[in-house]
Design a protein around this ligand. Structure first.
Ligand SMILES: N[C@@H](CCC(=O)N[C@@H](CS)C(=O)NCC(=O)O)C(=O)O
Length: 172
């Protein structure tokens, strides 16, 4: 039976923009596994209530329900060990975990500052109030005050990516 992935979508069904959902989709593609990616919007908490939490990605594989992208990757490597591995050994796994943390803690925050108004403009109409209220509460300011897509912010973001650029120079 095909797996189902609850995947964050924007106003347009085809616009999927969750970095955590992409992480899972790329892992599935790497392993050659097919999945039905169901579009999900922020306020549709009832649709994923069976996972006992409120965020995507949620992967349903037969009777298995798994949430949290990193937990899903580990599930896939264990459940589908006959397919190409995501982590060839423990050292590779620790290195990937370190990269995940760097991206989440260091890369995503300035990226979110640059993109926040684009995100707001692309999300589904029914998500807009929820997004504004929850994010403004979390940020302690309006989306507009938090937003910074100036040339300086973009340049600083490019510089932040330098370590990963250098890595890719020798690590295809
Ligand atoms: N640590 C989680 C983060 C998941 C996450 O934050 N997902 C966002 C979409 S990008 C979400 O569903 N947010 C809904 C909410 O904040 O209520 C993972 O890696 O899967």
């Amino acid at each position: 039976m095909m797996m189902t992935l609850y995947d964050l979508a924007g106003q347009n069904d085809a616009l999927r923009f969750s970095p955590y959902c992409w992480r899972v989709k790329m892992a599935l593609a790497h392993k050659g596994l097919t999945v039905d990616c169901k579009p999900w919007r922020f306020i549709e908490k009832d649709q994923i209530a069976f996972s006992n939490q409120k965020k995507v990605p949620v992967l349903v594989d037969g009777d298995q329900v798994i949430n949290d992208s990193w937990t899903i990757l580990n599930y896939l490597d264990t459940a589908y060990s006959d397919k190409p591995p995501l982590f060839i050994d423990e050292v590779a796994k620790q290195s990937a975990y370190n990269l995940k943390l760097w991206v989440e803690k260091t890369v995503q925050v300035p990226l979110f500052k640059i993109l926040i108004m684009d995100i707001f403009n692309c999300i589904h109409e029914k998500d807009k109030d929820w997004f504004r209220t929850s994010r403004e509460q979390r940020l302690g300011m309006t989306l507009e005050s938090f937003s910074d897509s100036s040339d300086e912010a973009i340049q600083a973001f490019r510089e932040l990516l330098e370590p990963i650029r250098k890595t890719f120079e020798w690590q295809p």
